[in-house]
Design a protein around this ligand. Sequence first.
Ligand code: PA5
Length: 431
Amino acid sequence: MLSIDFKNTFKVAKQHGLAQKDLQASKKDLQNLLSDVHSRNQNFYSIVDDTDELKRIAEVASHYKDILHVVVCGIGGSALGTICLQRSLQHLFQEQRKSKKVPQLYILDNIDPTMMVEILDVIDLPKTLFLIVSKSGTTPEPISQYMYFKNLIKKAKLNPEKHILFITDPEKGVLREIHEREGIPMVPHGPVGGRFSVLSSVGLTPATFAGMDTKSLLKGARDMRDLFLSTDAKKNLPFQLARAQYLLEKKGKTINVMMPYAQKLAFMADWYRQLLAESIGKEKTRSGKMVNVGITPVKALGTTDQHSQAQLYNEGPKDKLIMVLAVKNLHKTVPIPMLHKELPELQYMKGASFNKLIDVERIATCNAYTKYDVPNLTIHIDTVDAYHVGALFMLFEASIAFLGEFYNIDAFNQPGVELAKNLTRKNLSRA
Ligand code: PA5
């Protein structure tokens, strides 16, 4: 279903790459590593077993039969997974599509006032549900958006209970308090941190409204989770990936470029950008030693960024690991018609298809990286569907858990983000 090809990391010059043995580990070592991961008491790999969650969410969604637009208000981990789901699993031009069988999803992960006003031009308020997503229930962005839309709902003499749904921590936070006081319905936020929440109610609720195959999503994630818990290093893909990233970072590859060769996976790189940056960018180790570690994620897209970034990757500083995502069956074959038989320059296109062209370009680009001694690996999936997207989410979340252990840092907190949130609250009230 999913495999990782590391061979180009073995082919580049030794000082820039890896040896096959780097990705191996004894059963005992993996057992120890996994027991460290378990000791962090994180739920991102157990929530995927809770298939009843899908039934609970479907029950909630059944109360909103007349809704045509679902506007998700959230930021960071409360939005990026949903954006990735939408862009991966829906029609590429869903918003403009004529025949829509499911409500249109809009995700507002910013507070630019332009966005707050222009969204009103595309939604029909009486037919809109606002999904306010915030684990803490205190983040300025979703809170301000909630108040803005609730005000509009009230002005339109609509009932906020029918047009607003919270996803928030069931134990604490302002949104939970409002839910209790005013009866605005609430779906409990899953017991995971924001950037690990896409496979919890945070991603599953909008995905259910948008008619996505959430069962397969969780199945793909579960299958990858089983590999993550394996003490056989050959099977444990999250381990191999994390090991490659860590060892290469030690060789100066401090930048990881994620480059999907699939338009629908473009936002996987966006989601991953937060996951890697916020989880691994840390000042101190678990024991408080100052280390300032991190890997800088860069998002790219094949083939688009071959014509924008690849020059830098090939000839610029030797500080990058390129992680390509390749899809075996992007679409059924779309041939490129050979219209100009008279032009010899175009004959190389004879018999080609878009499927073949994108594949050949990907392989050629990876070969060029290798020639330039730029380590690159390719993650292969069969197709962009819910199953494989679920597997990718779990692959990356689990590899982050291992990276946290390698660096001996807490991959699950984000003190740097919290500081900025607190300062915003303080400075806004002063202003
Ligand atoms: O990963 C994280 O924890 C953060 O990126 C949060 O998701 C983000 O800051 C939003 O927080 P909240 O869901 O509490 O509004």
